[in-house]
Design a protein around this ligand. Structure first.
Ligand SMILES: Nc1nc2c(ncn2[C@@H]2O[C@H](COP(=O)(O)OP(=O)(O)OP(=O)(O)O)[C@@H](O)[C@H]2O)c(=O)[nH]1
Ligand SMILES: [Zn+2]
Length: 333
């Protein structure tokens, strides 16, 4: 069970009458079907008519009847990666109980700091540790500019560079893939998520997750992976593969943005006005930081863009920080 990520956090949630129940970790979520990993390997979880599969995330722990595998209850999550998709009322669950988020991009045209920032905000908000994984190092003339730009995105951010197709990739990622650890892979289509999964889980031949070629002209992938799935790794942990996300819109990530733009968030309490926009107000500590050289103007610009988007997308009811702007000033989208 420990190899599947079971920990004291989940153990503490078990009632005295629940210790004999089956503990299963959700591995795939389909429209009308759930599968899970348990001590006996992969199994189907039976759902009562009152439960919807969309209530579950890959990585969730559930309790089920040991005989019938009928679902009984889901345990509380310690981290949930979720995103709002355009037009949808409820957020889409990306993965649950994830310790580390591998944000995968390649040392080519896929590399896009603005997109990486969005994934970082998502990971920070879920309190999942982000790691930037730069693939296709073998195809780049030099990887240094990619590494430097990635490191500058967030204070203390881990950045690794590798060739996803080689066994050494598993060694580079080993610090986050130890026994009981769960990692999830996110990134655009074609960056090598499935290739990394196959390397980490040592999957070959029929077991291997299908990988696809990329289009030569723009380094874009072909969306080979179409569903999320959880797999056990060589090192005794779990890895969750996710399909490439085309556009990641931000909502409900105010705390995640504060971690991403720590140098701005730290100064903001010293501004004269509590609702300072750090644009033109007198007594603005962030503008003072720009004058002093401790805040870079382009970082403030990007913070503003993402903070505005977050405000626009965050409903009034979900917390005091997502909606400082008065209703009338909200932009039409
Ligand atoms: N040379 C080299 N090729 C790589 C590397 N990583 C991935 N590839 C190749 O890039 C292509 C796309 O890789 P995938 O693993 O399918 O990408 P993905 O991110 O899973 O894509 P989706 O499933 O569409 O989301 C495949 O042909 C891989 O063999 C790398 O580090 N070096
Ligand atoms: Zn200010």
């Amino acid at each position: 069970m420990a190899a599947l990520g079971w920990s004291d956090f989940f153990d503490a949630q078990l009632g005295a009458d629940e210790t004999s129940l089956a503990r299963l970790r959700i591995a795939t979520v389909h429209r009308s079907r759930l599968t899970a990993e348990g001590p006996a390997g992969a199994v189907k979880v039976n759902l009562p008519a009152t439960s919807k599969t969309t209530d579950f995330a890959v990585g969730d722990w559930v309790l089920a009847d040991p005989e019938t595998r009928m679902f009984l209850r889901r345990l509380d999550r310690h981290a949930l990666l979720e995103r709002k998709t355009e037009g949808a009322r409820v957020p889409q669950l990306i993965a649950a109980n994830v310790d580390t988020l591998f944000i995968v991009t390649s040392c080519n045209d896929d590399f896009n700091p603005a997109r990486l920032e969005r994934y970082l905000a998502l990971a920070n908000e879920a309190e999942t540790q982000p790691v930037i994984v730069l693939t296709k190092a073998d195809q780049a003339r030099t990887v240094t500019p990619f590494e430097e730009q990635a490191k500058a995105l967030q204070r203390g951010l881990s950045v690794v560079t590798l060739n996803a197709k080689t066994p050494e990739a598993a060694q580079v990622l080993a610090p986050w893939c130890g026994p009981g650890q769960t990692v999830a892979l996110v990134g655009s289509s074609g960056v090598g998520k499935s290739t990394l999964l196959n390397t980490l889980a040592n999957k070959t031949g029929e077991d291997a997750q299908a990988t696809g070629g990329i289009r030569e002209d723009d380094a874009k992938g072909r969306h080979t992976t179409t569903a999320r799935s959880l797999h056990t790794t060589q090192a005794g942990g779990c890895v969750i593969d996710t399909p490439g996300i085309r556009t990641l819109h931000l909502s409900d990530v105010a705390a995640g943005l504060d971690v991403l733009f720590a140098e701005i968030a730290e100064l903001a309490p010293d501004c004269k006005f509590r609702d300072c926009t750090h644009a033109h107000e007198p007594g603005c500590a962030v503008q003072a930081g720009i004058a002093a050289g401790s805040v870079m103007p382009d970082r403030l610009e990007r913070w503003r863009k993402l903070a505005d988007e977050n405000q626009d997308n965050t409903p009034q009811t979900t917390g005091p920080r997502g909606n400082k702007k008065p209703q009338g000033k909200r932009r039409k989208r």
